[in-house]
Write a protein that binds this ligand. Structure first.
Ligand code: NDP
Ligand code: TDO
Ligand code: MG
Length: 284
């Protein structure tokens, strides 16, 4: 199976490039130089001209705070481009797998979010990602929107690498203890996207919106403790409320995703983030 991937340098894109060959899938990954998402029509044209069997979009405007003052660019990349990609896939009759986020939710529910729960993004990043989901679903083709959360890998810009960097100069950190979610290894997202693409190619009726995050759910503060525990670094973490860590964009307090339909439809189980983190930090 030939899979066209938008994104080349990002956490999930790099994991897709690595995972594809291991499951007999041929990956062509397009970086910004080959496919700039600020030009949605060009992205659609690339799909139209390709001989791929499926498309995965792993590129996005992911700078949550910067999006607050740059929403037009974020919208082009997170909403207009994926919609154009989905339309191009629909016209070709091939599946489109699109990665989305927990930040489409407002975080106020006291239980894990179901895929069909009402969205209510708190910031520009979540708003533009939600608009992207709507455009993908409206394209009328075979598609999966895979919402994930708190993505980490060994090299990307993520909470794990931020904590490790801060620990070079600090022996105590204040981290929010009232936001909860499931940290998700980028490698597991890549594996899930590939399996979903393969399944959709055979069974378009599986199209829809799905959730996928690591388990168990945790607060950022407890995630930080686990990172330093595994890395063997003595950094004191103090839990603080979100109000004491002001940021331009508001984050949801409850980012927990109910991933049961991803398991029942595709047989994909939630990865244990602790195991993945331990493997990642000992290999680094
Ligand atoms: N990171 C996270 O914690 C989470 C991410 N997600 C979603 O997962 C998906 C993958 O995220 P992740 O791997 O973490 O992303 P990264 O932040 O690691 O990378 C983003 C990727 O998008 C590319 N990109 C950004 N703007 C453009 C553009 N104009 N044209 C072409 N490419 C562009 C970047 O390329 P370049 O290097 O050239 O800038 C980079 O490859 C995204 O859809 C994201 O919304 C969901 C939940 C959590
Ligand atoms: C660095 C730092 C962060 N924090 C807080 C801020 C924030 O609430 C939380 C996580 O910080 P980050 O900057 O990693 O979070 P953020 O960039 O918002 O991460 C999000 O990225 C987007 C792309 C997503 O889709 C989400 O799922 C989520 O992973 O930790 C502290 O409390 N103390 C600190 O020292
Ligand atoms: Mg960030």
């Amino acid at each position: 199976m030939k899979v066209l991937v938008f994104g080349k340098t990002g956490q999930v894109a790099r994991a897709l490039i690595e995972a594809g060959p291991t499951v007999g899938m041929q990956i062509t990954a397009l970086g910004r130089d080959a496919a700039d998402l600020t030009n949605p029509a060009a992205c659609a044209a690339i799909i139209a001209a390709s001989d791929c069997d499926a498309v995965i979009n792993a590129a996005a405007y992911t700078a949550v705070d910067a999006a607050e003052t740059d929403e037009a660019t974020a919208r082009m990349i997170n909403a207009d481009a994926p919609a154009a990609m989905a339309q191009a896939c629909a016209a070709k009759g091939i599946p489109f797998v699109h990665v989305s986020t927990d930040y489409v939710f407002d975080g106020t529910e006291g239980k894990p979010w179901q895929p069909d729960d009402p969205a209510g993004p708190l910031g520009a990043y979540g708003r533009t990602k939600l608009a992207g989901e709507e455009g993908v679903a409206a394209a009328g083709g075979t598609f999966a929107i895979l919402r994930t959360a708190w993505v980490f890998d060994a090299a990307g810009k993520n909470f794990v690498t931020t904590m490790l960097r801060l620990s070079e100069t600090r022996d105590a950190l204040c981290v929010v203890g009232d936001q909860f979610g499931g940290p998700t290894p980028a490698t597991a997202i890549a594996d899930a996207c590939l399996l979903i693409a393969k399944t959709l190619a055979k069974d378009p009726s599986a199209s829809g919106t799905y959730h996928f995050s690591g388990a168990p759910d945790v607060s950022w503060a407890d995630f930080a403790r686990a990172i330093f525990n595994i890395a063997g670094r003595d950094v004191k973490i103090t839990d603080i409320p979100t109000a004491d860590y002001p940021t331009p964009a508001k984050r949801p307090s409850n980012s927990r995703l109910d991933c049961s339909s991803t398991k029942s439809t595709f047989g994909i189980t939630q990865p244990d983030w602790h195991t993945a983190l331990a493997k990642m930090l000992t290999q680094a």
